[in-house]
Write a protein that binds this ligand. Sequence first.
Ligand code: BES
Ligand code: MG
Ligand code: ZN
Length: 500
Amino acid sequence: MIKINFIEEAKNASNIFVFVNSKKELSNEAKLLDSKFDGIISKALGSFDNFSGKFAQAKQLTTVSKNNDIQIINLIGTGQEDELDEFKIQELGGAIISCLRASRQKSAEVENYKISKFSSEEFAANLAFGISLGSYSFNKYHTAKKPEELDVFEDINIVTSNSKSAQELFESSLLPIAESVFEARDLITEPGNVLYPESYADIIDEKLSALGVEVDILGEGEMRHLGMNALLGVGQGSIRESKLVVMRYYGRDDDSAPVAFVGKGVTFDTGGISLKPSRSMGDMKYDMSGSAAVFGTIMTLAKRGAKVNAVGVVGLVENMPGGNAQRPGDVVKSMSGQTIEILDTDAEGRLVLADALWYTQEKFKPKFMVDLATLTGAVSIALGNVYAGLFSNNDNLSDELTKAGKASGEELWRLPLHSNFDKMIKSDIADVANLGMPQGHASSSTAAQFLQKFVNNVPWAHLDIAGVAFDSKGKSISPKGAVGFGIRLLNKLVKDNYES
Ligand code: BES
Ligand code: MG
Ligand code: ZN
């Protein structure tokens, strides 16, 4: 994790960031710099019509200091100051780290900036959060690159009028999230030969037990005993043993009903006998992103000592073809007692979740369940990587999630559940089919409608994150690759609604 220091006096670093609003007004700090470096900022603002101060725009100015050293001054546009919110301030932090990445700089100083809407410490702490999130890189398997070639950052000094409160705010409520997002991104990025159900379960156990979370790992024997044949069928073609991991964080003194998060953890999805095409099949190592969000959320809650009782349940399986693999046409009996005809072995996520959801409501009688899954390619046809799909049997939970999504920048768009979709997942010989007909029609909704049969009327929401879990281009606060989507969102949901 990048080191962030909050300081009260500028140190005249050789690489400096200053903010400029869309009126191109100079802050006091910018004015000081401007006069120190012969009016470079005001001249630049006058001469470049390509820098307007619009939100997150960046302009790098280079000059020579009095001691004949290179001096870099980066201007970052804030746009209209009254439009800034916490997430936008985080994105400004992201813009700073993007500049550092592009110019291969490893450290910088960010000058103080005062706006009326936020205190100096709120501004500084949210900036630090965005810088942290954007600084992620995964270098474990590079053996040939030199240290200076890696995107590894050293330290950032953020100047603020209240360094102590900025640091407290950052360390108590934002750094725990960033650290958990990094852990989740690491797990999501790990390839399928390294991260498989057993190795994954062990990592969850090790990392969360250290934080006082109780972790139970169920193996295939125990799951068979519980009747989880839907989940087990998905993993039966793999030489790796399937696992169900249960994480319990009880942050309240009482034994009130927990909130519950459930995740799809397909460590690699070949499609099984309904084999996927080989083109970009490697992306299917990301098919455990929902479970990583659950793990990261529980980690965040534990790290910041949230006053909530929460459980996380993740179904970890590898979906492989093979002599023992599940066949299209097979019928399995789920833990709920409902039988499922497997028309397509690549619609496996819902089979894993069917048993994980049923188990969670039966065992914990939770206040609500939210599941996260890279469930359908179709959700990215509908919503791109702009929104995750939200399906819910409960308007209140749905509204709370939508609000938390807006505030955290992990946005959701509600899509329909409807009894008419039941007709599309009818099976000739079992209670339900795992594939909607006609194929390709409303497949995100038919998948969600399938899941609803396994929640037993508990308030529930399903987040289809297939479009947002990984990003082939990257954004300022989530570089190319694993996003770690859902942790900021669910932390916000809990913080705003379930901690009092
Ligand atoms: N893991 C995939 C969904 C997916 C696709 C995630 C693309 C990320 C990117 C899932 O298991 C799957 O294969 N779903 C099928 C369902 C279909 C067979 C009903 C799909 O979306 O095509
Ligand atoms: Mg899958
Ligand atoms: Zn699949």
